[in-house]
Design a protein around this ligand. Structure first.
Ligand code: BGC
Length: 743
């Protein structure tokens, strides 16, 4: 017999990796040994996910209690493998413990297979469905930090607090690309750039899962919503997208591929349809691309009710049974049903009738069991003896504060209106000035995030934080307007006349999904009127934008001296905003999207040359990557290691950055590359590297990036990635160099 060397034996018996997906023969063996014991009823039950509403005794009765009969029906009779969500609002830790203990006890001791339940939840910006957890800025704000470490650390903390709630699976991150601000979930993305979304997505997956997702402080991530959800043609949530494959591969796929390569254990499927095919019915996307090409080995869960929607909305199936057949045969592993028990019953019939092959079922069940093993659920379905005392700790809160402080982006600062003197008389006004829910946005304690009764006590609104920070000056407050209505603009205007400066906090009310669809991106007129009338008093105006997507403000931008983009910075965002207004913190966020000037002119930074033809040209309010500081950074000596390069060769690009101002600050160094000529019309530029550095006054640092031909590749006419020979312009800040690629 051929002798295997020790390293090969180790490789065989222990971890190795296919596309970052752990592959382990012991694990396969464990999975198979459970699978062998399972009946068809057990298997279709495993593939079923129900919402917790299905288990609650009486939803009107607080605190919610599980109904033992429903629990037994769902888990013992139907063998349901996964439960999700909260019923209406966040629960305290103790209530989660009570609920999860009951579920897992019934699953492991009364269900015939004893397989633990995989509980999943939307931990979107912290463990937002657990009361008093630490809330981080929403993803669009995290993107503005351009800080991989902050994103990884935020996800680690979110994982800690989710596992502290005894829940091992989050439906996060959103990896759809945010290139259309009309879409109401724009703020759940990392913005419009492919590289930024891919790198921050990887950081988030790593923060959630760590080295070992079975660890009592980690959770499984879910890369969602695979694929193309963020680009509906109408801008409305869950509607039709038309995405040619060349574009899908260039802009939509890379962030998912990166997360899968980083080991994301699950993906959630896009509710929408692409090119006339609902993604839940697309074998091409769910099997050929996701499995065969990307090598994804984890589980693919449907989104909410999406198999139902195949016949009720998309009309590609005549009834529920046909829809189930389509979805499961296409590659859906688990159905987020989530409100009835017909799915397992009908799926069982389909298998018995030979309409869904048993191998397809076994494949999905294997994937589900594998995730349950990798999360350690078979050893410990929850962790009653683990110390979770850091939950909501000062350390966690300061990480959330830091993320908010690094996200807030200074868009305009005429005549150095900012920072404000602590001794000035300040009017604070506007609909987002004195509200925590507006800072939080959707997915905050409730789905829509619009119910202040679940707020964590003691958090400061922008107004409260300004009051707490102001020195001898006087702070007055007048509400002015709601989001859509004049409350008392006149009172705000007369208060403004007596103030040295007016801080006007405008923006959006919380929303997510379909309720966030809007008819116009323009900021509602009453808010714009508030700004115009205050500015007419002659008092300088500072705008704070608390909004999940860029609302068009071209008529009021000229009358504002200072503009801060706060995004949805969450509960620590009030403090962070005030600290930036007063200069205790130097702003260092950069826009992760192009801020449009006109509602009909939504062109991202990496558009093509022909997009600039015509009277409008490319004329956004502010471009992607824009963000000012209270200090000044000078860029010098852009050098490239070689003026030519070939396949397999690397280029090192360096630049010197000096803080020539008087305050310490952070700068996001952005490397852009433009392909001069290409066989597929090239974009004017693409972000190919970024780094965030900290500089004291007078300090200089050299920032270097290493790139090779594959970093400059694009998806060619044959849908394969290619780097074509020719010249490339390399640009950092306003410095440029040209390099030539030779094959
Ligand atoms: C959303 C998902 C979410 C799921 C579970 C759906 O409506 O599209 O993003 O994870 O609900 O709450």
């Amino acid at each position: 017999m051929k002798r295997l060397s020790i390293p090969i034996i180790l490789l065989f018996f222990f971890w190795n990796s296919v596309n970052g997906q752990p592959m382990n023969s012991q694990l396969s063996h464990k999975v198979d040994s459970v699978l062998q014991t399972m009946s068809l009823t057990d298997k279709v039950g495993e593939m079923t996910q129900l919402t917790i509403d299905m288990l609650i005794e009486d939803i009107q009765e607080e605190p919610h209690q599980l109904d033992p009969d429903k629990l037994r029906e769902v888990l013992v009779e139907y063998r349901v493998g996964s439960i999700l969500n909260v019923s209406g609002h966040a629960y305290p830790l103790e209530q989660w413990h009570h609920i999860i203990r009951q579920i897992q006890e019934v699953a492991t001791s009364e269900k015939p297979t004893g397989i633990p339940v995989l509980y999943g939840i939307d931990t979107i910006h912290g463990a937002n469905y657990t009361m008093n957890s630490t809330l981080f800025p929403q993803q669009i704000g995290l993107a503005a930090t351009f800080n991989r470490e902050l994103v990884r650390e935020g996800a680690r903390i979110a994982a800690y607090e989710t596992r502290a709630s005894w829940i091992p699976w989050t439906f996060s991150p959103v990896l759809g690309i945010g290139r259309d601000p009309r879409w109401p979930r724009f703020w759940e993305t990392f913005g419009e750039d492919v590289l930024l979304a891919s790198e921050l997505g990887v950081a988030m997956v790593e923060g959630f899962q760590g080295e070992d997702p079975a660890n009592a402080y980690r959770v499984a991530a879910s890369a969602k919503h695979y694929l193309g959800y963020s680009l509906p043609a109408s801008g409305h949530d869950r509607t039709v997208a038309w995405i040619p494959e060349i574009r899908l591969r260039e802009y939509v796929l890379p962030s998912f591929k990166a997360a899968i390569d980083a080991g994301a254990l699950t993906v959630m499927i896009n509710s929408g349809e692409i090119n006339g095919v609902p993604v839940h019915a697309s074998r091409k996307l769910l099997t050929d691309l996701l499995r065969d090409e990307l090598g994804f080995r984890g589980l693919a869960v449907s989104d909410w009710q999406d198999i139902h929607y195949l016949y009720t909305r998309h009309k590609v199936a005549k009834d529920y049974k046909e829809a189930i057949k389509m979805a499961v045969n296409a590659g859906v592993d688990m159905s987020m049903v989530p409100l009835d028990l017909d799915f397992p019953r009908l799926l069982k019939e389909l298998v018995e009738e030979g309409e869904v092959p048993m191998e397809r079922i076994d494949e999905s069940v294997r994937r589900i069991l594998r995730v349950k093993f990798l999360l350690g659920l078979f050893d410990k379905p929850y962790h009653p003896d683990t110390d979770y005392s850091e939950f909501g700790s000062d350390e966690f809160i300061s990480a959330a504060y830091q993320s908010a402080a690094e996200s807030i982006t200074l868009l305009k600062n005429e005549n150095d209106i900012l920072p404000l003197s602590k001794n000035s008389n300040i009017l604070v006004t506007g609909p987002t000035a004195n509200s925590i829910i507006h800072l939080n946005g959707g997915w905050s304690r409730t789905w829509q995030g619009d119910d202040p009764q679940y707020n964590t006590p003691g958090k400061q609104t922008i107004l409260e934080a300004i009051r707490a920070n102001a020195g001898n000056g006087k702070v007055t407050y007048a509400e002015g307007t709601g989001i859509n209505e004049d409350i008392n603009i006149d009172a705000a205007v007369s208060a403004a006349s007596a103030a040295d400066v007016a801080v006007i906090c405008i923006g959006e009310a919380p929303y997510t999904e379909t309720p966030g669809d809007i008819g116009s991106l323009a900021l509602p007129e009453p808010q714009r009127r508030l700004v115009r009338e205050i500015s007419a008093t002659g008092t300088p105006v500072v705008l704070v934008l608390v909004e999940g997507r860029p609302r068009v403000i071209n008529d009021i931008e000229p009358v504002a001296d200072g503009i801060l983009m706060a995004y949805l910075p969450a509960e620590e965002g009030g403090r962070a905003t005030a600290d930036i207004l007063f200069g205790d913190v130097n702003p260092s966020g950069n826009l992760p999207f192009t801020y449009p000037r006109y509602v009909n002119d939504l062109v991202p930074y990496d558009h093509n040359y022909t997009d600039e033809v015509g009277p409008l040209g490319f004329n956004p309010q502010w471009p992607f990557g824009h963000g000012l500081s209270y200090t000044t950074f000078a860029y010098r000596n852009l050098t490239v290691s070689n003026s030519t390069f070939g396949p397999g060769e690397q280029l090192t690009i360096s630049v010197e950055v000096t803080n020539i101002g008087r305050r310490s600050g952070k700068e996001i160094v952005q490397l852009y590359v433009s392909d001069h000529v290409a066989s597929v019309t090239p974009p004017v530029k693409r972000l190919r590297g970024f780094d965030k550095i900290s500089l004291e006054p007078g300090q200089q640092k050299t920032v270097s990036f290493t790139i090779s031909a594959k970093d400059l590749a694009f998806v060619g006419r044959d849908l394969k990635k290619v780097t074509e020979p020719g010249d490339f312009r390399i640009q950092i800040s306003d410095l440029e160099q040209t390099v030539t690629y030779r094959e």
